[in-house]
Ligand binder design. Structure first.
Ligand code: NAD
Length: 481
């Protein structure tokens, strides 16, 4: 085990730190070295059941929902403050169990605090309507919490993804059972500690690490949950939805993407190149909204590709803890998958003008920054999500063709457009089928802007004010005076 990281972590259920019901453990490895760094208690269906009961008891006690809403906001402010005290430890954990760079690890703590404080501020602003029914009646609506929110989180950004769902759930009076990702569970334990220190009532937040097919499936199918927030792949999302359908449980589904940026001929190419490189190589492309397709006007294709290639080639690849620009993929399976998809691209006739394979000479799961040209929209590499540092470049001749290419996948999470022409920017944004459109900067927006998918990328929104509406149900109260 490695110094600086605690060797063993327990799950947080009903305000207590507990071993797994069957005493087994999950070994967590560092993707930069493939060495074990810690063990966590393995949550099983029995642990999930215990956590759901704790969350139900807390919800039924009405300890959260009977409070003045701003008090629930105060609680989130306190969690944000407590989390800040663990910022250095969390940044280290995100490097070691997740493969992030130290800068990214620190940024994730700040981002998580922003989620907590943002939803703290909204706690007392979710208002109902008064509906006029004429003389003798008073009618109004309220936003009721669902009850126990079951939340399943992916490995690529567990802390902010988990915290934003927890914050939305708690400020609206729900309670939470969160299944943390088996590959990178550690930072969420520090969020649980921050909740404990901040005085979040026992049972309001329960965090259980376990395997997806086991603990995850048990949570999705549990009869005692009232609401599901799932962030992960489309295939897993479908199985969660089947389980939810059995219990008629509403879901927020945040699934994958194959997001494309259109670069028109008049774009600022230096700006577009820098933005495109950041959009795909940040966290080695393991971001659902990564800009993984560059759809480029043929007249500027070669010049733009040369600029992006130079930026990509300048990135140092290696452990984030050593200050490198791009860390590893999360595990060997993911590295194999990304490499195999690159091989499929070559077999279909595309050219890797940079990278295209793993970094040799290391036990870590490092993929080289990769750029493919000569890509047709129907190729597998233009259709399937890599979830790795692989950019595919597709040329176009007319704006209509660019839209057809951009919209021509199953996904619809994010899309972008680069142009100096405001009319063309708006024309393009209007026709792109995606939940978020970025104009002249990939990831323009923030925690304040609603985020979520269209088509197979899912439904429901996280971030922004819209997210809160996914955690409440409307009740109408009609009164005959
Ligand atoms: P995944 O679907 O394999 O796993 C996500 C979570 O689901 C994990 O906690 C896993 O343990 C759990 N899980 C696995 N099988 C399950 C089952 N049968 N029932 C219930 N839970 C189960 O995804 P991943 O590989 O961890 O993450 C990568 C995927 O997530 C990518 O497709 C990416 O685009 C997507 N993602 C989306 C967003 C978003 O906001 N839209 C954010 C991050 C990641």
């Amino acid at each position: 085990m490695t110094s600086g990281i605690r060797p063993y972590w327990r799950n947080f259920i009903g305000g207590e730190w507990v071993d797994g019901a069957d005493g087994t453990r999950i070994t967590v490895t560092d993707p930069a070295t493939a060495e074990p760094i810690a063990e966590v208690a393995r949550g099983t269906p029995a642990d999930i059941d215990r956590a759901v009961r704790a969350a139900r008891a807390c919800f039924d006690s009405r300890v959260l929902r009977d409070q003045r809403p701003h008090r629930r906001g105060d609680l989130m402010l306190a969690v944000a403050q407590e989390l800040g005290k663990a910022a250095d430890e969390i940044a280290l954990l995100e490097c070691r169990d997740n493969g992030k760079t130290l800068a990214n690890g620190r940024a994730e703590v700040a981002l998580t605090q922003r989620y907590l404080t943002y939803y703290a501020g909204l706690a007392d602003k979710l208002e109902g309507r008064q509906i006029p029914l004429g003389d003798g009646y008073v009618d109004y609506t309220t936003h009721e919490p669902y009850g126990v929110s079951g939340q399943i989180v992916p490995w690529n950004g567990p802390l902010p993804v988990g915290a934003r769902s927890i914050a939305c759930a708690l400020v609206t009076g729900n309670t939470v059972v969160l299944k943390s990702p088996e590959d990178s569970p550690l930072s969420l334990f520090l969020l649980a500690e921050a909740c404990e220190r901040a005085g979040v009532p026992a049972g309001a937040v329960n965090i259980v690490c376990g395997y997806g097919h086991d603990a995850g499936a048990a949570l999705a199918a549990h009869r005692g949950i009232d609401h599901i927030v799932f962030t992960g792949s489309v295939e897993t999302g479908k199985s969660v939805l089947r389980a939810a359908a059995e219990n008629v449980v509403p879901c927020v589904m945040e699934l994958g993407g194959k997001s494309g940026a259109i670069v028109h001929a008049d774009a600022d190419l230096d700006r577009a190149a820098a933005s495109a490189a950041r959009g795909i190589f940040n966290h080695a492309g393991q971001i659902c909204s990564a800009g993984s397709r560059l759809i480029v006007h043929r007249s500027i294709h070669d010049e733009l590709v040369a600029k992006v290639r130079a930026l990509a080639a300048a990135r140092s690849v290696g452990p984030g803890i050593d200050g490198c620009d791009m860390g590893p993929l999360i595990n060997a399976r993911q590295l194999d998958r990304v490499e195999a998809l690159c091989a499929a691209g070559r077999a279909e006739g595309a050219t890797a003008i940079l990278g295209g394979s793993r970094l040799e000479g290391t036990k870590g799961h490092f993929m080289q920054p990769t750029i493919f040209t000569g890509v047709r929209p129907d190729m597998r590499i233009a259709q399937e999500e890599f979830f790795g540092p692989v950019l595919v470049v597709i040329p176009f001749d007319t704006p209509e063709e660019a839209i057809a290419i951009a919209n021509g996948t199953d996904f619809g999470l994010a899309a972008g457009v680069y142009t100096r022409d405001l009319r063309l920017a708006h024309w393009t944004a209007d026709r792109l089928v995606a939940g978020q459109i970025y104009v002249n900067e990939w990831w323009a927006g923030g925690i304040e802007t609603p985020f979520g998918g269209m088509k197979r990328s899912g439904y429901g929104r996280e971030k922004g004010q819209e997210a809160l509406l996914g955690y409440v149900q409307t009740k109408n109260i009609g009164i005959r005076l």
